[in-house]
Ligand binder design. Structure first.
Ligand code: FES
Length: 252
């Protein structure tokens, strides 16, 4: 898969929920991208800020565009949130490996800002997936779009919508079954999903949200530990991931 570095043009920017923005970018990255991959976005010329990794939420090959849904989390994302239609931003991508498309009855799980990358995956799986989304509160960004691709169940931290609790509480209480699990979200959620998958004997892929710098395997910022054939192996989330087989991932 070729990596593209170019100036992308903003087609549209909207606010989906408090501090959560959606930006469609016209870019040739759309031609190469797969569900679960991410891009690096660069701050304005002269800025010494590192590029920001942002997962790809949707790929529209007809418009040659990708959609990024991101949460405001500092100077870089604040700068992106101010970009207007027709303005340009430097992009590098697609980066990372993406999700393998497997199974007859997928369970697709997203938590917080791990929800966006699951939308393109749910679309590409082309099956009736069970989709479990975890949010902090009633700001349920992207929920309606997921409903086109399967049965959607919601968990919220504050209990304002769906089941109060975590995505794993939903899996247990609703007796969700399937033959493959895909998940993206914060570490505690992924650890709980991995445990659930092991208990039930379901194959599981997780996409890790890690701090990143270069995004291409040239620094050590995103190092993680894996176990392959009983042996410890170190990997880079940006290059070897962000998607890993859950059984390989070791958390300290
Ligand atoms: Fe530099 Fe992954 S971010 S190696």
């Amino acid at each position: 898969m070729a990596k593209i570095q170019e100036m992308a043009t903003v087609l549209e920017q909207t606010i989906l929920a408090e501090s959560v923005y959606s930006m469609w970018l016209a870019t040739n990255v759309a031609k190469e991208a797969a569900a679960g991959q991410f891009v690096s976005l660069y701050c304005g010329e002269g800025s010494r800020l590192l590029p920001r990794p942002i997962s790809i939420c949707q790929i529209d090959t007809d418009r040659n565009a990708i959609r990024l849904v991101y949460r405001l989390a500092g100077k870089g994302t604040k700068e992106f949130s101010k970009l207007q239609t027709d303005e340009q931003v430097r992009i590098l991508g697609p980066l990372g490996n993406g999700f393998p498309l497997e199974g007859q009855h997928p369970i697709v799980i997203g938590g917080g800002i791990g929800v966006p990358p699951m939308l393109e995956l749910a679309k590409q799986l082309k099956q009736d997936s069970t989709i479990v989304l975890g949010y902090r509160d009633d700001q349920l960004f992207l929920k309606e779009q997921f409903e086109s691709y399967g049965q959607v169940e919601i968990a919220t931290d504050d209990g304002s919508v769906g089941l109060p609790g975590t995505v794993v509480d939903v899996l247990r209480q609703k007796n969700v079954t399937g033959d493959v699990i895909y998940a993206c979200g914060p570490k505690p959620m992924l650890a709980a999903v991995k445990k659930f998958a092991e208990e039930k004997g379901i194959k599981c892929y997780i996409s890790m949200e890690e701090r990143m710098a270069c995004g291409i395997g040239a620094c050590l910022v995103c190092a993680c530990k894996l176990e392959r054939e009983g042996k410890p192996v170190s990997a880079h989330v940006c290059k070897d991931g962000p998607v890993f087989s859950a059984k390989e991932v070791v958390w300290e």
